[in-house]
Design a protein around this ligand. Structure first.
Ligand SMILES: [Zn+2]
Ligand SMILES: [Zn+2]
Length: 342
């Protein structure tokens, strides 16, 4: 089968021809129908976040069809439409039993530490599979499994309450879902912060209040728009010092900011002015939980969460278009998500 793989850090991904994976008794062979290309994949290629062992088939946003079913798998039939929760976990350690399986002692992330979806087939633990309702296209199902799921987890970590305002920093794959999910959770004003005019228009189309960070300090703009109160919740989805800084500063009293965008860079916090004096909270949000996926699928099925074809771009499974997409993600792009269709 064809697979696009990271063979060396800092180098373009390469197309390889591999044997079709053999599955274990608790695994399913998934014929990939859609694999989303995520900004995290840029970090794996660059070595800022480490994928291992190499070579590794990237791709952690996967939807497809169950092609072959392991002997001990009960609840998935051959031919079922499925999407993949990207953590391969043990199901038995203390974190798994507590429902915090992103910290599983032996957990591996599919597409980073376990061959992922930039391939014709992927070997997936049955416990990581969810049935994808017929109403949800494969492309949307794939994209949801990282960007939407992580956005929902971050909003839950930030404890967004009905009627509260939310400021979403970064309107890419995650931000597109985060705006809709904040609304679905009952948020009041939702601000979308970006510098890309196309994306700001898209955000406005979803009912968000666009904040153009190119036109001045976004924290100040949000403060003005909330009549001096500041935002109740902020999500930082970019991972740049200046946006992390602005996300903290835009908060009002008792505000909570969830940091989601991956970065190795530090940012400074004025502790009295921006945290202590407001009893504000800075919260880390890592990945998402399997328990959050059924709600997402239900919202997608009923149209509360939409990832329309117009904002996604489909490419073929080959090294060149994948590398071009990763380059684009590194430098800024108008597309919310690019998806490989093998
Ligand atoms: Zn991702
Ligand atoms: Zn575990």
């Amino acid at each position: 089968m064809k697979a696009v793989r990271l063979t060396e850090v800092g180098k373009p991904l390469r197309l390889e021809n591999l044997p079709t994976p053999r599955i274990g008794p608790e695994e399913v062979l998934v014929r990939v129908q859609a694999a989303g290309i995520c900004h995290s994949d840029v970090l794996y290629r660059a070595g800022i976040s480490k994928a291992s062992p190499l070579p590794m088939t990237l791709g952690h946003e996967i939807a497809g069809v169950a092609e072959e079913i392991g002997a001990d798998v009960k609840d998935i039939a051959k031919g079922a439409r499925v999407c993949v929760h990207y953590m391969a976990t043990c199901g038995r350690c203390a974190y798994c039993r507590a429902g915090h399986e992103q910290f599983c002692a032996t957990g591996r992330m599919i597409g980073k530490q376990w061959d992922g979806g930039y391939a014709e087939f992927a070997r997936i633990p049955a416990r990581s599979l969810f049935l994808l309702p017929d109403e949800i296209p494969f492309v949307q199902g794939a994209v949801m499994m990282c960007s939407s799921a992580t956005s929902l987890h971050a909003l839950r970590k930030a404890r967004l309450q009905r009627g509260e305002s939310a400021a979403i920093f970064g309107f890419g794959g995650l931000g597109f879902s985060a705006v809709q999910l904040a609304k679905a959770l009952g948020a009041g004003d939702v601000f979308a912060v970006d510098i890309n005019a196309v994306k700001l228009r898209l955000a406005a189309g979803l009912g968000a209040i666009p904040i153009d960070a190119g036109q001045g300090d976004p924290a100040e703009q949000i403060r003005e728009a909330t009549h001096g109160r500041g935002a109740d919740v902020a999500l930082e989805l970019i991972g740049k010092p200046e946006t992390m800084d602005a996300a903290v500063r835009c908060l009002g009293r008792f505000g909570r900011v969830a940091l989601v965008g991956l970065s190795r860079q530090s940012f400074a916090v004025a502790p009295y002015e921006n945290v202590i004096n407001k009893e504000a909270e800075i919260i880390g949000a890592s990945d998402h939980l399997a328990s959050e996926i059924p709600l997402l699928l239900e919202w997608a099925r009923t149209g509360k969460l939409q990832i329309p074809a117009a904002v996604t771009r489909v490419i073929e499974l080959d090294a060149e278009p994948v590398n071009e997409t990763l380059d684009g993600l590194e430098n800024g792009t108008n597309y919310v998500r690019t998806v490989i269709k093998p």
